[in-house]
Design a protein around this ligand. Structure first.
Ligand code: ATP
Length: 449
């Protein structure tokens, strides 16, 4: 660790604190995550999900793990440094992001996800805080919960953030898959377009209520498996009609609404895969699809994003609160485009310097979007390559350097931030509880940084 000069803390999550640091030899700025738990052997370290999954991934939209260091039983991950996370960008925004900016970010994240899913991993804890931005590049971070698709269910110790948690996880499905990441992306995409969380549940039961209020309660024809999952835990869905998403995301184009709607489908089999999402008309103006993900058409090889913007400073997190958006029942007539007046309001600061100078991607022809295969088995959702799962035993730490040396000077740790919908170990979906569910009225969230 003496090779690094610690500069300042930039994040504090459930499992570790993250520091901005300088590699004294190379002058490179890095992010060092110091794990809170102590590790008394290397075996323990290399079995960590973060190590097992990240060391297998090399993609421009997945944050690069450069080194793993264990010193005096403390474990450090050295990552490439990113300027800020998406949540920090949103909370300091004075005006909505343009759809082009949202498109550019989502396009990159779907590329990272397609890569990850095809290699047999899914993230399980996608949220704005785990999407890191530097200039126009966005990368998926925090693989603490990533899981191999071919690992054995049941998955019991799930710890994802409630607002982005897929319904099959809320209903305690023992066999969820990469579609949980697609659900989270639908919620994140909507939040990017409105600067308000789409499903800000105050508890697990309230989370389901919020989902029902937006996409309507599931019926047998919509998600038979979900109704079965609910009956297993003796849960009854509240009967709510839902709204058309364009009422909640009034600034969004029809394509954006269509994509969010399909990502936030009750039935995981009806959500597009990441590769399918990349083919959606919403991304028609985006042109980079890695060769491995292209169906057949050959496209020009170009960087994963285009454009430039003013670098953004890390900002300290702060709490915000508000009330739920009032939702209207869905009707089948032409969709309303009225602005959303009531609802969750973040405290926003105007800062014209933060206004990005987005340069639009060149328009290139794209293969037509294929809607996801209905009711396909989970294996079919993983980029259609169920055999692509990576065996963990055949890989070694290989390209990761292992360091040893002195501990950095001990630093005062700030208290851990309040998590957005963090899991507290128990479900609150009990027998008959659905009768008592009331829509939550407030929410809080805080990010260190
Ligand atoms: N490579 C990086 N560059 C810059 N900042 C980073 C980097 N990695 C993480 N951070 C910051 O630290 C925060 C926490 O990091 P991370 O999510 O990895 O920790 P965690 O303990 O696993 O958190 P969580 O509670 O979300 O599981 C991120 O939200 C981000 O703001």
């Amino acid at each position: 660790m003496e090779r690094y000069k610690v500069i300042k803390e930039v994040g504090n999550g459930t499992f570790g604190s993250v520091w901005r640091a300088l590699n004294k030899q190379t002058g490179e700025v890095v992010a060092i995550k110091q794990m809170k738990k102590k590790y008394y052997s290397w075996e323990e370290c290399i079995n960590l999900r973060e190590v097992k999954s990240l060391r297998k991934m090399n993609h421009p939209n997945i944050v690069k793990l450069k080194e793993v260091i264990r010193e005096h039983d403390i474990l450090y991950f050295v990552f490439e440094y990113m300027e800020c996370n998406l949540y920090q960008l949103m909370k300091d925004r004075g005006k909505l992001f343009s759809e082009a900016e949202v498109k550019n970010w989502c396009f990159q994240v779907f590329q990272g996800l397609a890569y990850m899913h095809q290699r047999g991993f899914f993230h399980r804890d996608l949220k704005p805080e785990n999407l890191l931005v530097s200039k126009d590049i966005i990368k998926i971070a925090d693989f603490g919960l990533a899981r191999e698709i071919n690992s054995q269910p049941p998955y019991t110790e799930y710890v994802s953030t409630r607002w982005y948690r897929a319904p099959e996880v809320l209903l305690q499905s023992p066999t969820y898959g990469p579609a949980v990441d697609m659900w989270a992306m639908g919620a994140i995409m909507s939040e990017l377009l409105t600067l308000r969380p789409l499903f800000p549940g105050a508890s697990e039961a309230d989370e389901i209520y919020k989902i029902c209020s937006v996409i309507g309660s599931p019926t047998v024809s919509v998600w038979a498996e979900g109704l079965e999952l609910a009956s297993v835990i003796n849960y009854q869905f509240p009967q709510v009609a839902g709204v058309h998403l364009s009422a909640l995301v009034p600034s969004a184009s029809d394509d954006a609404i269509d994509l969010i709607t399909s990502l936030c489908s009750w039935d995981p089999c009806k959500r597009p895969t990441a590769s399918e999402a990349l083919q959606h008309p919403f991304f028609q103006s985006c042109f980079y699809v890695p060769p491995s993900l292209r169906p057949k058409t050959a496209l020009a090889k170009t960087p994963p994003s285009a454009g430039s913007r003013i670098p953004l400073e890390q900002r300290s997190g702060r709490r915000y609160s508000g009330t739920l958006p009032s939702v209207k029942p869905m009707n089948n007539s032409p969709k309303p485009r009225a602005p959303l007046h009531a609802g969750v309001q973040r405290k926003l600061e105007m800062n014209s310097q933060d206004d990005p100078k987005y340069v639009k991607n060149t328009v290139k022809p794209q293969p037509r979007y294929r809607p996801p295969i209905k009711n396909a088995p989970i294996a079919n959702q993983i980029g259609k390559t169920p055999g692509a799962c990576v065996s963990d035993t055949v890989e070694k730490l290989g390209n990761l350097a292992i360091g040893c040396g002195k501990l950095p000077a001990k630093r005062q740790q700030p208290p851990p931030p309040m998590k957005a919908g963090g899991w507290h170990g128990q479900s609150d979906l009990f027998i008959g509880r659905s009768q008592e569910i009331l829509p939550g009225r407030t929410f809080t969230r805080k990010v260190a940084g």
